[in-house]
Each structure stands twice: as structure tokens, then as C-alpha cells.
Design a protein around this ligand. Structure first.
Ligand code: SF4
Length: 241
């Protein structure tokens, strides 16, 4: 199935090309069939928490004229930028990269910083999603610069860690209210390296896979593909009953 369409891809989805165990075949299938069967719905609670965090930072900035203390390492912000435009045509190829960072801010020296929030426990380089996030944030920087917010020279992930089980009883005593309960999250800041070459390289790779006439080869020994083949044999009757 040759594709003459432009590739439109989010910065997060582009990140999967950087993940260990990335499968070209899976990427090709998902790009050509947006609605796949047996997909687990995404838990919307996490995006609600991220939006709430964004509101906390914006409200704090309006009130205090600065970022909250737990973002001190990100430097001093002159202003928070609201990005409403979410896509642009990548300079190489015909692709459109989309995405809006949780927080874009301008510093006193005119440079910009980007922050993205994650509701998860921080495990540093052991986080298998870190290579995905690195692309996601660099993708946001690429988009921001194309919209004129340039240069973006610092990128941060802020993990909000929920309490550990040993803290539950203590926190339950302190944070149960008449209306319900509160759950404190502890922020951990992680700086992501700005890589200006990464996005062009991965967009080129995504375009090559997307426009491939032949379905790319899958991963050797992939259990999911084996199950899929079994399912096809079952529904087509080729396996016998
Ligand atoms: S090999 Fe695995 S990852 Fe690749 S297309 Fe098949 S199921 Fe997906």
C-alpha cells in the first residue's frame, strides 16, 4: 500500500521510533490503520493530573511572578507562553509534527525552556520510556522554535511521584478532608539534553517506513505477532476446528 499522503505525527508518537524494541512493522500498521482492535483505553486521569499541575504553575506565576520553588532548577522565568498553534511542516520532507508542551516559558535573556509533566515514579536512565520522552521534548522544542520561540535551550521532565505504601497511613491521617481526600505528589526534576539533529533524523526514518510499499518485517520472535497469526488462522478456518 504506497502512501502519497503527508505524514502527520505527534512528538510523542515520533518518540516511539527511539524506544528499544521499536518495530517498523507495528509503526507501519498503526499509521495505515488508525483504529486497531483490542486497544486498551488510555487512562484519562493522568492527563487530568498533568493539566491540573499546569494550572498550579500558572496560578503560582500569576500570584508570585515566578515559578514554584520546586521548579527552581529550571531557572527564572520572565513569562509563561501559551501555545495555541500545535503543528508545523517539518523542514525536511513533507511531514507535519504536532504537539503542545505542558509549559513553555521565556527567560530574562530571551531564551526559552520547556517543561513536561509526568505522573510516575522517577527511575532515571532505567525508565524504558526515557528515550521516548527525550524525543517528545526535543520535538516540542522543534515546534516552538518554528513558531518563533527561539532558541529553546533547556528541556525538563518533572515527575510527580505518588506516596509509597509505607506512607499511606500517615498521609491518610493528614490528608482526609470532609469532601474526600488529597494525595500529595513529590516533584522530581530531570533535565533532558537538547538534540537538534534528532528530530530531522527520526522524521526521515518515519517517512521512510510510512511510505514503504511493502509491509516492513516484524521483530523476530515477537509473541504478539505469533498470537495474531494464530487468530487469523482461527477465524479463516485454516487451523481446523
Ligand atoms: S512483530 Fe510484534 S511489534 Fe512487530 S508488528 Fe508484529 S506484533 Fe507488532
Amino acid at each position: 500500500m504506497p502512501s502519497m499522503k503527508a505524514l502527520q505525527i505527534s512528538a510523542k508518537d515520533l518518540g516511539w521510533l527511539n524506544a528499544s524494541g521499536f518495530c517498523e512493522r507495528c509503526f507501519w500498521i498503526k499509521r495505515h490503520n488508525k483504529k486497531l482492535p483490542y486497544q486498551t483505553p488510555f487512562a484519562g486521569i493522568f492527563s487530568s493530573i498533568d493539566s491540573y499541575t499546569k494550572s498550579i504553575v500558572e496560578e503560582h506565576f500569576e500570584r508570585e511572578g515566578k515559578l514554584p520553588e520546586w521548579l527552581d532548577k529550571a531557572g527564572k522565568a520572565k513569562r509563561l507562553v501559551t501555545v495555541t498553534q500545535s503543528g508545523f511542516v517539518a523542514p525536511k520532507g513533507r511531514s507535519i509534527l504536532t504537539g503542545v508542551p505542558d509549559q513553555l516559558f521565556e527567560r530574562q535573556d530571551g531564551s526559552y525552556g520547556i517543561i513536561d509533566y509526568k505522573t510516575a515514579r522517577y527511575t532515571g536512565t532505567q525508565d524504558s520510556l526515557m528515550p521516548v520522552y527525550e524525543v517528545q521534548l526535543n520535538g516540542y522544542a522543534y515546534i516552538a522554535e518554528s513558531l518563533g520561540y527561539s532558541p529553546v535551550n533547556s528541556l525538563y521532565l518533572v515527575y510527580f511521584e505518588p506516596p509509597v505504601r509505607e506512607q499511606f497511613r500517615e498521609f491518610a491521617r493528614k490528608h482526609t478532608t470532609e469532601g474526600g481526600f488529597e494525595m500529595p505528589f513529590a516533584p522530581v526534576l530531570h533535565r533532558v539534553k537538547r538534540d537538534r539533529e534528532m528530530i530531522s533524523r527520526l522524521i526521515g526514518m518515519a517517512e521512510r517506513i510510512f511510505s514503504s510499499e511493502a509491509i516492513p518485517k516484524g521483530l523476530d520472535g515477537c509473541e504478539d505477532c505469533r498470537r495474531l497469526e494464530k487468530l487469523i488462522r482461527l477465524v479463516t478456518g485454516s487451523e481446523g476446528r
